[in-house]
Design a protein around this ligand. Structure first.
Ligand code: 6K6
Length: 153
């Protein structure tokens, strides 16, 4: 079973990083991960988001987080929705969270992310150096999950 990743990135918060989101998702898919990203990495989706009912989007995205083994969030563009999804992953579904942050991009990363010892925060300047670190973290997660006894049905 491939590891399922929920990928979270800004929509209403701003779409300046959409090409970066697309690149991260492509690399993870090429590496064999199953990535649930909805329209986050879709370059045709602007900060207006998908033309869908907000309740539908909420139910779908929360359902995807429930299905996921790990949540990866690019947090350089501050976004209410990304923060909400991180909290849902941490406190509702108790799945690992990896956040990607470029320090030069905003004044600082929120303490609600950088101060959470259970979130792995990968700070980076260059995408090319961040991607191997992210892949290594995900492969480590996969190995540690493989060692856990499976949950009875
Ligand atoms: C529709 C109605 C109100 O806002 C919208 C925008 N449409 C969205 N479409 C798809 N996913 C969305 C939308 N709005 C938020 N999300 C989810 O929250 C995505 O999965 C992102 O990971 C995250 C982005 O949050 P914001 O606050 O930047 O939009």
């Amino acid at each position: 079973m491939p590891t399922t990743i929920y990928f979270s990135g800004s929509i209403s918060g701003g779409r300046a990083d959409v090409a970066l989101y697309r690149r991260i998702v492509d690399v993870l898919e090429a590496d064999g991960f199953h990535v649930l990203a909805g329209s986050v990495a879709a370059e045709h989706v602007s900060d207006g988001g998908e033309a869908l009912d907000p309740c539908f989007i909420f139910d779908r995205d929360i359902g995807w987080i429930e299905e996921a083994d790990v949540l990866v969030a690019e947090v350089s563009t501050p976004s209410l929705g990304v923060g909400y999804e991180i909290a849902a992953a941490r406190y509702r579904y108790d799945i690992p969270v990896i956040c990607l942050y470029r320090p030069a991009y905003t004044k600082r990363c929120s303490a609600m992310i950088s101060g959470d010892r259970k979130i792995e925060l990968i700070e980076y300047d260059e995408v090319d150096t961040m991607l191997p670190r992210l892949r290594e973290s995900l492969h480590r997660e996969r190995r540690s999950r493989a060692r856990l006894p499976s949950t009875p049905a």
